[in-house]
Design a protein around this ligand. Structure first.
Ligand code: PLP
Length: 436
């Protein structure tokens, strides 16, 4: 008797009652598990899955978490990769987030039982890291910090033409500033601006002078910029605040990135406010950091727009842990020395070659990314594989994103922590395993 295969498709209720799937329902929610059950039922109907293997197939279909965002191994060599979520957080920051997810004392003083200043500890950690700042606030991202500054200080914002920059994916800083209703008073030319240009532009409507670090390009040749110290001297006694958007979020000068501005130095040079991202070179959560003179920070905090831009408890937790905790991954990756990277590439290549894969260690440049240090490639090393690896590695159970260069797939180790080398090797072995 040849049974109709449809009769053999296990019923939804039966599958959902299986202890493993019931447990998954508790963890992931019934709807997600039911979706996986229905997909597997289709495959049973199509004869692709045996009816008695249905539960196993559903378990294999289930996502790791109730979010569809997948952890990805970043082997692009771009340390801060915007499409891959920028800075990977430290374990300490991840734990701090987990601890803060429930109800927390983010805005309550447990000693008195009264309302306390929100995110006080994260702010204190920022001020400890940047002693030149009197006060700080944290908003959603650096774009939000710019919008808040333009809204609260606005009127007319004086800015050099050479600093009207596009940061990426159509994000143009002048358009953002103008969207707040602030007017831009452009000074200088694309390549040159002087202190006298700035001086000549100041007037009764001037809200602030804004300096924006052109993070992702450089202008060379017949150029002149006005640095923060020179500009501070121009503005001395005028009462016009000098706001510097440094973008990258370096707290202090970094030996590997001599051209990147940092918060401490920029404030010490005379900026009244500095703005930066939390998830670029600082290596923390997405955030916009605003540090500087107490009176100006207070003005921003009191502005109604601040309420729409402030960050949540988990961001504050992650930021504090990034600042106070162990060296975050981004900083470790920047500091990795070439010899160490080469040794890891050789070890990985040897392991993969041992499994019959055409893998060799090669030197490969890497980048800071996130729009930072465009002229500053970092030396490094990669594992070079046949080109055909690129796509299946991206589509694997633990996706790996590398890049293709000279018809080879390169897995650049600058953006991979040494603790992830095993996972990287496993992913390559898994892909190769499906071909043999
Ligand atoms: C990256 C960058 C921004 C935007 O930062 P977000 O945190 O992504 O909003 C703004 N200004 C500069 C100079 C940047 O480099």
């Amino acid at each position: 008797m040849s049974a109709d295969p449809r009769r053999q498709v296990p019923r939804t209720d039966t599958l959902l009652a299986d202890p493993r799937l019931a447990a998954a329902g508790e963890r992931l929610g019934r709807a997600l598990v039911k979706g996986a059950v229905q997909r597997v039922q289709q495959r049973v109907r199509a004869g692709e899955v045996a009816p008695d293997a249905a539960v196993d197939a559903v378990v294999a279909e289930l996502p790791g978490t109730a979010s569809s965002l997948r952890p990805v191994l970043n082997a692009t060599g771009v340390v801060v990769h915007t499409n891959l979520g920028r800075a990977p957080l430290s374990d300490a920051a991840a734990e701090a987030i987990a601890a803060a997810t429930g109800t927390t004392d983010v805005e309550l003083d447990l000693r008195t039982g009264r309302r306390g200043p929100r995110g006080e500890a994260a702010i204190a950690a920022l001020l400890a890291a940047v002693p030149a700042a009197e006060a700080a606030i944290v908003v959603n991202n650096c774009a939000a910090a710019l919008a808040l500054v333009a809204t609260a200080l606005g009127g007319e914002l004086v800015i050099a033409r050479g600093e009207l920059v596009e940061i990426g994916d159509g994000f143009r800083i002048p358009e953002l500033l103008e969207s707040t209703g602030a007017r831009l008073r452009e000074v200088g030319t694309t390549n040159r601006v002087t202190g006298a240009d700035y001086r000549g532009a100041l007037g009764p409507d001037t809200g602030a002078v804004l300096k924006v670090h052109p993070s992702n390009f450089v202008v060379r040749g017949f150029t002149r910029a006005v640095e923060v110290d020179e500009l501070a001297a121009v503005l001395a006694g005028t009462g016009v605040p000098l706001v510097a958007d440094v973008g990258s979020g370096l707290l202090r000068p970094h030996p590997v990135l001599p051209d990147e501005p940092d918060l401490q130095t920029t404030l010490a040079a005379g900026a009244d406010l500095v703005l930066a991202s939390g998830d670029k070179l600082l290596g923390g959560p997405q955030a916009g950091l605003v540090l500087g003179r107490a009176e100006l920070v207070q003005r921003l905090r009191r502005h109604p727009l601040y309420r729409a831009l402030r960050v949540d408890k988990t961001t504050l937790a992650a930021l504090e842990a990034t600042l106070r905790g162990p060296v975050p991954p981004v900083q470790q990756m920047l500091a990795a020395d070439v010899e160490g990277l080469r040794a890891r590439a050789r070890a990985l290549a040897a392991r993969l070659s041992g499994a019959g894969i055409d893998a060799v260690a090669v030197d490969a440049e890497s980048r800071v990314g996130g729009g930072g240090a465009p002229e500053h490639p970092l030396p490094g090393a990669a594992v070079s594989l046949p080109r055909e690896f690129a796509e299946p590695l991206r589509l694997g159970a633990r996706p790996v994103v590398g890049y293709v260069e000279d018809d080879r797939t390169l897995l650049n180790l600058r953006s991979v922590l040494p603790t992830a080398d095993d996972a990287l090797a496993d992913a390559v072995l898994e892909v190769a395993g499906t071909w043999t």
